[in-house]
Design a protein. Structure first.
Length: 480
């Protein structure tokens, strides 16, 4: 398990930049059989989950890196680009270049985004950690940071890791600058500030060494239980799941379930399984079994909404830089080849055991120029149901369910409607959007185009409105 003295959940900072939304909590389930030729994201979607990765903006220019990230994952978490030192390097001076690039890339590839992280004892600029602020001032500094950063991404992120790693392994509070200056109340205050800044994002507490039932996870459990009783806005608990080969806790599923029973979502947020290098066939087989086990544990808990691996490839993992003699912790090796661990995850998600070619491109969505009413294939048809799920001042959130009403599987779909009051979509997940005035067209993305007969998938969005917010009178679906 992770020791508490060496902890930076990303590749070391040398050479690196200083570094949807409530309805996207579970990537829409495709109730029919998953395609054997799909990425992990699509396989997870068929199980009502997401399967994501940590993404580093400075590697997206590398073709193999971007290809694997876009093909395999339907959720991303910025490695460093949204942390305090990257977003507010000096007091009151905010910069979002790296984070914006990650969000833009995700939007272009139908991926949801987990924000990481608003309050953490590490990767703090010195003006915070050594500022000598009193409790009132540091509270104001923290609230202002959250208001600006979460506010900047309002409506664009599925979730935030609001507070990260606030406990020691023995269950006591970590003596961070926030703890020693503000006291125990800083965590609740941070969650309240995050909710005010972005009312629709899921708000998570995130930590390591809480995968099994132990002193640390019990302390977090007690805090979450108290927050739920007190009305503190917390929606989920992230279990980082940085593991050592062969050490998946036997009570992982039971621990996930006890958190879920408090009325919060749970997720495995930074998964890797490190081994002593060099790797060999035996170690890789054990790693595959470990990945399969943790994936199954999540699938067996209804409120375990998804899994994120901490990196696309072993080539850029943080592990070798922090744990001497250890490495090879991820699903793809240094050359972007799928490892046995990939097939372990794929099999646990109900897919096949074949590995993708490193050069394989994401499945293409239907051409944007394709007419939504162009002659559908015989036996292929679909319907679309529009539902408004949340509304606030000048904004709302809606979900559309696409159902295969034909007798054979469809390989793609296009949904169209016209807004009655000129509403404007600001963010859409699990689809590719085109809007011209009131007219909206949404096409599938790579991982949710294939839908079995009687199966369904969903996409969602947030939008602005003024004056009126009526529901479209007609929503049509064309299958391909």
């Amino acid at each position: 398990m992770m020791d508490s003295t060496s902890r930076t959940p990303a590749k070391t900072l040398a050479g690196l930049a200083a570094t949807a939304l409530a309805a996207a909590a579970v990537v829409a389930a495709v109730t029919g059989p998953a395609s054997a030729a799909s990425g992990l994201g699509q396989l997870a979607a068929a199980q009502g989950r997401y399967f994501g990765t940590a993404l580093a903006n400075n590697h997206l220019g590398e073709s193999a890196y971007a290809t694997v990230a876009d093909r395999e994952f339907n959720s991303v978490t910025p490695e460093n680009e949204m942390k305090w030192d990257a977003t507010e390097p000096s007091r009151g001076s905010f910069t979002y270049t790296g984070g914006d690039a990650i969000v833009s890339h995700a939007q272009g590839h139908g991926q949801s985004v987990r924000g990481h992280t608003l309050v953490w004892h590490s990767q703090l600029p010195s003006w915070v950690s050594n500022g000598g602020f009193n409790a009132a001032t540091l509270t104001s500094v923290m609230q202002n940071h959250i208001s600006n950063v979460a506010g900047h991404y309002k409506g664009k992120l599925y979730a935030w890791d609001v507070v990260n790693e606030a406990f020691n392994d023995d269950g006591t509070r970590r003596q961070s600058v926030f703890q020693t200056t503000i006291g125990d109340s800083y965590i609740a205050t941070a969650f309240q500030a995050a909710r005010a800044a972005d009312p629709t994002a899921k708000l998570y507490y995130n930590d390591y060494n809480i995968e099994g039932i132990n002193s640390k996870s019990t302390a977090v459990y007690n805090m979450v239980k108290a927050f739920k009783q007190q009305g503190v806005p917390i929606d989920g608990v992230g279990l980082q799941t940085h593991l050592i080969l062969g050490q998946v806790p036997s009570d992982l599923q039971a621990n996930l379930q006890r958190f879920a029973d408090l009325g919060v979502d749970v997720a495995l947020t930074e998964v890797d399984v490190r081994m002593q290098t060099p790797a060999d066939s035996g170690k890789l087989a054990t790693q595959s079994a470990n990945y399969a086990a943790l994936t199954k544990a999540c699938l067996n808990v209804t409120r375990c909404v998804g899994i994120t691996v901490w990196g696309v490839t072993d080539k850029y993992s943080w592990v070798p830089d922090v744990f001497a003699g250890y490495g090879a912790p991820l699903l793809f090796d240094n050359s972007f080849n799928a490892k046995p661990a990939y097939t372990g995850v794929s099999g646990a998600l109900g897919g096949g055991t074949s590995s993708p070619s490193p050069s394989a491109s994401p499945t293409a969505s239907p051409s944007p120029s394709a007419s939504p009413t162009s002659s559908p294939n015989p036996g292929r048809s679909c319907s679309a149901t529009y539902q408004k799920v949340n509304e606030w001042n000048n904004g709302f959130q809606a979900e559309v369910t696409v159902t295969n009403t034909g007798s054979s599987s469809i390989g793609g779909w296009t949904v169209t409607w016209a807004f009655p009051n000129g509403q404007k979509i600001t963010q859409l997940w699990n689809g590719t959007l085109s809007q011209s005035g009131a007219n909206v067209t949404v096409r599938n993305v790579s991982y949710n185009g294939t839908v079995a007969p009687n199966g369904s998938t969903t996409f969602g969005f947030t939008a602005d409105w003024s004056g009126g917010n009526g529901t479209p009178s007609s929503v049509t679906c064309a299958a391909s």
